[in-house]
Ligand binder design. Structure first.
Ligand SMILES: Nc1ncnc2c1ncn2[C@@H]1O[C@H](COP(=O)(O)OP(=O)(O)O)[C@@H](O)[C@H]1O
Ligand SMILES: Nc1ccn([C@@H]2O[C@H](COP(=O)(O)OP(=O)(O)O)[C@@H](O)[C@H]2O)c(=O)n1
Length: 192
């Protein structure tokens, strides 16, 4: 850990891999602040008068990635507002634009501790998201059509970011196909 800079753990994995579920547990046990890029974007989309509402909704429905200027600025504002110095940044950086934008704006202001990577088959992720949608997630992208596109983006753009951090020795990979409690046992080991 860096003494001065805020510490960041990036949380990545396919749509529905269980990132949000595990982040809630990590927050309780390890006192990180959880910032979900997707949640921040949905909040911004729902803010009356936001200049970005339509743009964000169109990316979310199409499973494509919102320009980093928007996402990074939402993250930076939330980090500042929290007053904390340990962050779980969930669902980011998701493509090269995200990574480059982060490095430019936040690279020398934060210390990336590691990347927590939730590894889960597409079939399991898809089933979880469809169940989440059927249970009333209210998300406009928990449907088969959007899900297919979200997976395309994951394979085409996000895997390269995981590989980038893996080459730096910074990826801690978790088998996310297990039960939530079993996954959390492995997560705990990754933090200790
Ligand atoms: N290990 C797991 N096994 C089965 N279902 C899970 C597991 N982890 C999460 N879920 C469920 O799958 C769905 C997606 O989980 P979520 O944490 O929202 O994933 P993500 O943040 O990666 O999209 C939710 O409905 C959640 O309750
Ligand atoms: N860094 C990010 C994160 C999410 N998003 C958008 O938000 C959507 C939902 O992301 P999410 O992290 O909340 O959900 P999952 O797809 O991981 O379940 C993505 O499909 C993108 O359209 C983005 O544009 N940029």
């Amino acid at each position: 850990m860096s003494a001065e800079l805020p510490n960041v753990v990036f949380v990545l994995g396919g749509p529905g891999a269980g990132k949000g579920t595990q982040c809630a547990k990590i927050v309780e046990k390890f006192q990180y602040v959880h910032l979900s890029a997707g949640d921040l974007l949905r909040e911004e989309r729902n803010t009356e008068g936001s200049a970005y509402g339509e743009l964000i909704e169109s990316h979310i429905r199409n499973g494509t990635i919102v320009p980093v200027e928007i996402t990074c600025s939402l993250l930076a504002t939330a980090m500042k507002k929290s007053g904390n110095n340990k962050f779980l940044i969930d669902g980011f950086p998701r493509n090269k634009d995200n990574l480059d934008g982060w490095q430019k704006e936040m690279g020398d202001k934060t210390n990336v501790q590691f990347v927590l990577f939730f590894d889960c088959s597409q079939e399991a992720c898809m089933e979880r998201c469809l169940q989440r949608g059927a249970a009333g997630s209210g998300r406009s992208d928990d449907n088969e059509e959007s899900l297919k596109k979200r997976f395309q983006t994951y394979v085409k753009d996000t895997m390269a970011i995981i590989e980038h951090y893996d080459a730096l020795g910074l990826v801690r990979k978790i088998d996310a196909s297990q039960s939530p409690d079993q996954v959390f046992e492995d997560v705990t080991k990754a933090f200790e």
